[in-house]
Design a protein around this ligand. Sequence first.
Ligand SMILES: Nc1nc2c(ncn2[C@@H]2O[C@H](COP(=O)(O)OP(=O)(O)O)[C@@H](O)[C@H]2O)c(=O)[nH]1
Ligand SMILES: [Mg+2]
Ligand SMILES: [Zn+2]
Length: 320
Amino acid sequence: MRGLVIKSTGSSYIVRLDDGTSVECHIKGNFRIRGIRTTNPVAVGDYVEVESQKSKVESSEAGFWITEVEPRRNYIIRRSTNLSKESHILAANIDQVALIVTVNHPVTSTTFIDRFLATCEAYRVRALLIFNKIDLLSDTEQEQLAELRSLYESIGYETFEMSAVSLQPSEILPLLAGKTTLLSGNSGVGKSTLLNALFGKEITRTGKISDAHDKGMHTTTFSEMYELDVRRDDVRCTKGWIIDTPGIKGFGSVDMSKEEVSHYFREIFRISRDCRFGNCTHTNEPGCAVIEAVEHGEIAMSRYESYLSLLGDCDEAKYR
Ligand SMILES: Nc1nc2c(ncn2[C@@H]2O[C@H](COP(=O)(O)OP(=O)(O)O)[C@@H](O)[C@H]2O)c(=O)[nH]1
Ligand SMILES: [Mg+2]
Ligand SMILES: [Zn+2]
């Protein structure tokens, strides 16, 4: 039987079979993938082959077993710890990532946004930037919001704004219909609130409880996939999947070489073609078109600073 992994608990997996039923499965066999060392061989979003085994006398093998994982279209990983060579697959086979951000309450830094977007570029996954809690913004913050949206739109990203607390699902469903979307963003920005608003019921806890949980040092968290099947008069196509990764702030940076970093900042990459040197790092070289563009305000200072901060990470990694 073929199925889709919709939840992982660490020791077992919930698989939605093609006939619509969900079963709890364990793993049989060795699913190590070449090239990466992962702590979880099977991830949410994986398509798998499931076998059921009848109870035998004195056998603990009764139940459902995952015997095969189909090749992944893509996957998003997180290094278990900074120094670890092992990675945790957060989700597989995703179409897009929705990053929930807030201008305030809490402040989402542009560095966080830019690192996240760079990672999406590296994975070649479409990123949607959704600004939440617009109901809480002061006039100055409203202006900031408009500036940020126009900055990211000018680079080529799609941006949206909402108030998850008073959200009409039809405002956001068209973005999610027919797709598998990974939900991400800092703790407290409103991811759970958005999920609950989309489903019209509490499917995940909001606020304090999860916040306290997030602060736990090494809390293990597991992804879960929710099927969007909210049929409402005002929305035509609402099928799709949302993946929630509770307690995971971002998915960290992928391994990038110094040369690669600028490839993941679209506007920097475009302008870098005019740099005098082909191997320009855009830090202090003469004839650097990027630095010139920053000085003339054609590249935002915040973006350039984020670029430098990612470059800095590469140096750090080298000396580990
Ligand atoms: N005023 C306002 N509060 C919000 C909004 N979205 C979420 N919140 C509140 O922000 C807090 C954190 O939200 P939560 O969904 O738990 O954030 P998560 O950590 O990203 O899942 C909760 O108290 C929510 O009620 C919004 O659009 N406006
Ligand atoms: Mg939450
Ligand atoms: Zn340059």
